[in-house]
Design a protein around this ligand. Structure first.
Ligand code: SF4
Ligand code: SF4
Ligand code: FES
Length: 1001
């Protein structure tokens, strides 16, 4: 991008014009409607929606412009100097009303849109309470009787009352058609506001009503309520870039179609629901929210699934979430994916734990039992008995205390959760360090990006991303490696697809060609396990062809000569045979990356989950450094974080070698600071990681470091750890296991005490997304039965361990906990006070003062290393721990899928997600199927040296030869029974992405 010549170029020119007789100033390029909204001047509009390209097809928004013969659509007409606009002239109003009347006349007698009043009618931000662009307000009552429930004029606006509200419709003439308020969504609301009454003669001409399509598990299609505004088409094609919805046929026969006019449920729809959110009339609706009814409240929160951190609103009726709407958060701008939008009812599952449970006397912990669990019945009454909170807490904490006192602090460990809040994570690690007495605390970051964090801390001094996902809009080249974002980070993927639409180049590097490949300029389908060879070839090319940014290297990097030496034999021609990518393609991509004005790398667990995961990331750091592609807009490093709060949980100190904010426990100054801060002596030695803890649980009884007691908050290692046979036996061998969760997870089955906890919509707290945004979620629901808030439970456990914690206030002192954490992390979040979060909902760190907006791009001047320079590292080619052989000839790659998250404990209990993907499958390509004599849909046996499972076979041409892909979300076919527990020596992350397997009928 060329730098602007002077500040004037940054400002669009100002345009002066007249709106309804008043002189108005606007920016060049503003539409009349945008200016009117800003000023609170109401102009009806239907096909226009914020965030979508204006299409100008409904003509509800026409205005009169002096000197022009025809009325102009205000949504797509730009203001011009001297223009005189009348939005409420007789002629404009007549036309607006005529459009609304004609559209209304075609509507079915009963509408489909709930009158929740909260967002159906797009008001100007200036007038909308908590509306788009506003961060005010955490929840709003929209129920009957609330101001907002009376949609027309119901927002404190000085508008005429609805004729329907006043009963005027009945008196407006015999046969005048009366509609229920708001039943056709925005159409009804605008019609009410303009006092539009449909004449009977028009109603008599109503079009033939199309049949409903209810073939999709999540959404209903009622095209009798469709006004053909194409908002759904634009949302699907241009916003989410899924290209499923189209506009077919001509004239009176024109209609919205899915693919080739398929039923929605049989189409390629990925159920992001963006069309439902875009639809102004309810023609497309969530199945849970059809009909003219009202919700009790709308509560602002953050999605509980992936690290993208989409902001959303829970629509709640009778303490149940009935639907979810995307909010205009900085990471999602209103967008959601299928999990965030339709995966909410896990919170209402009948399988929720509602009472504390204690293992029955004499019932053994049998890890083999987990292979035969019936996930539908979940009757634990033979294994556990219900208990009071007093009894359960006394046993839970008492058992741990006894082990600590008898065997020393190292005999205990804690696994915190990346699905909980920052405050829970902070308190949990504080409990382990000050109450258990060691640093044996870890969480699932060990299983997803531990190697990325290790390499980033070493290389650039910070484990977080350098640039936010949406910054791809400023990249010329986007390299996505080892990641399947359309499945795992779907809203993040939309920013990448949008960038491609805007002409940017996308390179997808992955052994599997996934959906994003359709949008890629080049796909590098390298052989699994050869990341380092491929990346060294790219670095070699940059250096050999003189494409290095020598100035950047000289000013900001260390160890370049050693790096150059280490890649000198790694030409693309030499690496081609190893990684399987033609040398010419490697050179082409390397040149494009180096010469792009801005290039960014985003990666996932395909990079990190290898025994050479840290080396893979070291190579990525080297690639952006030698090309100078870091520290500026559109250029940098972004490890796409998995769980919704894995970034925050790591920041808060759920890591065995780090205090909060990545301060090493063996650093004398940090150690002294925390001893002083918490007022207690602390262990100066790093603790055990997740996998080391389980190894230590199986240690010899004489081992002084044998782990005997474990407290697990919201994690499920009996599903998520590699080589589950080993992991489950380790868990079963513990003398005392306390599990705090919302469901009877596979880990909980092996517990001594199970504490029923709260689901995310039931609590208030902060989470930190992959973009370093600290975001606030509000409580929308009461927990069922005797389930209690996690923050309360952790504090009770701390009291049971002899700690005297002082947190008071609403939601179990969450604000006080946050403020304490803010002090412990002052070098990154000092400027993000609790009050500020309540005001702004989301603030990016680093943020050092109240008036600091937060830095979305870091390393612009220096890196966070001791000398401020990138520390380049040299790496060697290392092979996966276990190679295929005659007995186990295929490679297994595990991962996630769009509908199911992680171990599936939540998503498989979400009815829509489970309906879309209900059975375990493994995928191979057609050639492999033919070779093995297998067919799609048949039950197959997948086996490794560590275990076997049965599942259905799926055809996936993106999976390479000799490879099987499988999700690890299915308890009845747990992929981790097969995986290898070999670790990356630096990050201690297991090699989930590569092990040898056999596939047979
Ligand atoms: S289905 Fe809804 S969003 Fe799509 S064209 Fe019809 S009214 Fe508009
Ligand atoms: S992209 Fe991630 S955060 Fe956003 S709705 Fe989907 S699962 Fe939730
Ligand atoms: S809103 Fe302007 S033409 Fe439809």
């Amino acid at each position: 991008m060329n730098a602007p010549l002077n500040a004037q170029h940054l400002q669009p020119a100002t345009v002066e014009f007249e709106l309804n007789g008043q002189a108005v100033q606007a920016s060049a390029g503003d539409t009349i409607l945008a200016v009117a909204k800003r000023l609170g001047v109401e102009i009806p509009h239907l096909c226009f929606s914020e965030g979508l390209r204006p299409d100008g097809n409904c003509r509800a928004c026409v205005v009169e412009i002096a000197g022009e013969r025809t009325l102009a659509p205000s949504c797509c007409r730009a203001v011009a100097p001297g223009m005189k606009v009348q939005s409420g002239s007789e002629r404009a109003l007549k036309s607006q009303k005529m459009v609304l009347e004609m559209l209304l006349s075609d509507m079915p007698d009963a509408g489909y849109k709930w009158n929740d009043g909260g967002g159906a009618l797009p008001l100007s931000p200036a007038l909308s309470p908590g509306g788009r662009g506003s961060h005010a307000g955490s929840s709003s009552a929209h129920g009957p009787g609330s101001a907002l429930s009376h949609a027309p004029g119901g927002r404190g606006l000085d508008l005429p009352p609805s004729p329907l509200e006043e009963g005027k419709a009945e008196g407006s003439g015999a046969g005048a058609w009366k509609q229920a308020p708001g039943q056709h969504g925005e159409l009804s609301l605008w019609a009410d506001r303009l006092q539009v009454i449909v004449r009977p003669e028009l109603k008599a001409l109503r079009r033939e009503q199309p049949k409903a399509d209810i073939s999709h598990p999540a959404m209903a299609v009622n095209l009798d309520a469709c006004i053909q505004c194409t908002r759904c088409v634009r949302a699907c094609r241009e916003e989410q870039v899924n290209d499923v919805i189209g506009y077919a046929r001509r004239g009176a026969h024109s209609e919205i179609v899915f693919d080739l006019a398929d039923p929605m449920g049989a189409s390629t729809c990925v159920a992001c629901g963006e069309c439902v959110q875009a639809c102004p009339t309810g023609a497309l609706s969530p199945k849970t929210q059809i009909g003219s009814q009202a919700v009790d409240k709308s509560v602002d929160s953050v999605c509980p699934f992936c690290g993208v951190g989409c902001q959303l609103s829970y629509k709640v009726k009778d303490n149940k979430i009935v639907s979810v709407e995307g909010r205009d958060g900085p990471a999602n701008q209103g967008r959601l994916c299928v999990k965030g939008r339709f995966g909410f009812d896990y919170a209402h599952s009948p399988q929720r734990l509602t009472k504390p449970l204690i293992r029955r006397e004499g019932v053994p912990k049998d890890p083999e039992l987990l292979k035969h669990l019936d996930r539908h019945s979940m009757d634990w009454s033979q294994t556990f008995r219900e208990a009071s909170w007093e009894e359960a807490l006394a046993l839970a904490a008492g058992g741990l205390r006894h082990l600590r006192d008898a065997h020393g602090p190292k005999s205990l460990a804690g696994f915190g959760s990346a699905k909980g809040s920052n405050e829970e994570a902070y308190l949990f690690q504080k409990l382990v360090r000050t109450g258990f007495g060691s640093n044996n605390v870890d969480h699932c970051t060990r299983l997803c990006h531990a190697s990325s964090v290790a390499a980033l801390l070493e290389g650039v001094g910070s484990g977080a991303v350098s640039n936010q996902v949406s910054d791809v809009a400023h990249s010329d080249l986007i390299l996505v490696i080892g990641s399947n974002p359309t499945a795992n980070h779907p809203v993040a993927a939309t920013w990448m697809k949008n960038a491609v639409q805007a002409g940017k180049r996308l390179v997808l590097a992955d052994p599997r060609i996934t959906d994003l490949g359709r949008h890629a300029w080049r796909t590098l389908q390298f052989k699994a396990d050869t990341d380092v060879a491929m990346l060294k070839a790219l670095i070699h090319t940059v250096i050999e062809e003189g494409l290095t940014d020598l100035d950047f290297i000289a000013r900001r990097a260390s160890n370049f000569e050693a790096l150059r030496e280490s890649v000198k034999d790694c030409s693309p021609e030499a690496m081609e045979a190893i990684c399987g990518i033609p040398a010419q393609t490697l050179r082409e991509v390397a040149r494009a990356f180096a010469t792009a004005k801005a290039a960014m790398v985003l990666w996932g667990m395909g990079v990190s989950q290898h025994v050479h995961g840290t080396d893979n990331v070291r190579c990525l750091i080297a690639l952006v450094t030698v090309t100078g592609q870091i520290g500026k807009p559109g250029s940098g490093l972004h490890p796409l974080r998995g769980q919704n709060n894995v970034q925050g949980a790591s920041d808060a100190g759920l890591i065995p070698m780090m205090f909060p904010n990545y301060q090493r426990v063996d650093n004398e100054a940090a150690h002294a600071w925390f001893e002083d801060f918490w007022g207690q002596p602390l262990d100066p030695a790093p603790g055990y990681t997740v996998t080391e803890t389980l190894d230590q649980a199986l240690a010899d009884d004489a081992d002084p470091h044998k782990v005997r007691g474990l407290y697990v908050m919201g994690e499920n290692p009996a599903m998520s750890d590699p080589d589950l046979h080993h992991a489950r036996h380790a868990l079963a061998s513990l003398e005392h296991l306390v599990v705090q969760d919302i469901f009877m997870t596979e880990t909980a089955w092996l517990a001594d005490v199970v504490l029923p906890a709260s689901a995310w919509p039931e609590k208030m707290g902060t989470v930190t997304n992959t973009d370093r945004m600290v975001q606030l979620g509000h409580q929308a629901l009461e927990s069922p039965g005797e389930a209690r808030a996690d923050l309360w439970i952790v504090q009770q456990m701390a009291a049971g361990m002899g700690l005297d914690w002082p947190y008071v206030g609403e939601h179990h002192g969450v604000a006080q906990v946050y403020e304490e954490m803010r002090q412990a992390m002052h070098t990154s979040i000092a400027g993000i006070s609790w009050q500020r979060l309540e005001r702004e909902s989301s603030v990016t760190y680093p943020c050092l003062s109240e008036d600091d907006p937060g830095q979305s791009i870091v390393f612009t001047e220096r890196f966070d290393t001791a000398d401020g320079r990138v520390q380049l590292k040299t790496v060697e080619l290392v092979s996966a721990d276990e190679q295929p052989d005659l007995e186990y000839p295929l490679v297994l790659i595990t991962g996630r899928q769009l509908e199911h998250w992680h171990t599936g404990s939540m998503t498989r209990r979400a009815s829509v997600l489970d309906a879309i993907e209900s059975v375990a499958t493994c995928s191979v390509n057609g050639r492999e199927m033919l070779r093995l004599g297998l067919e799609p849909g048949q039950t197959v046996r997948l086996a490794s040296r560590r275990g076997e499972l049965h599942c259905l076979l799926r055809l996936d041409e993106g999976t390479p030869d000799g490879t099987v892909f499988m999700s690890f979300a299915y308890v009845e076919a747990a992929a981790n029974l097969l995986t290898n527990s070999a670790l990356d020596p630096v990050g201690k992350i297991p090699e989930f992405k590569y092990c040898a397997v056999r596939l047979s009928a």
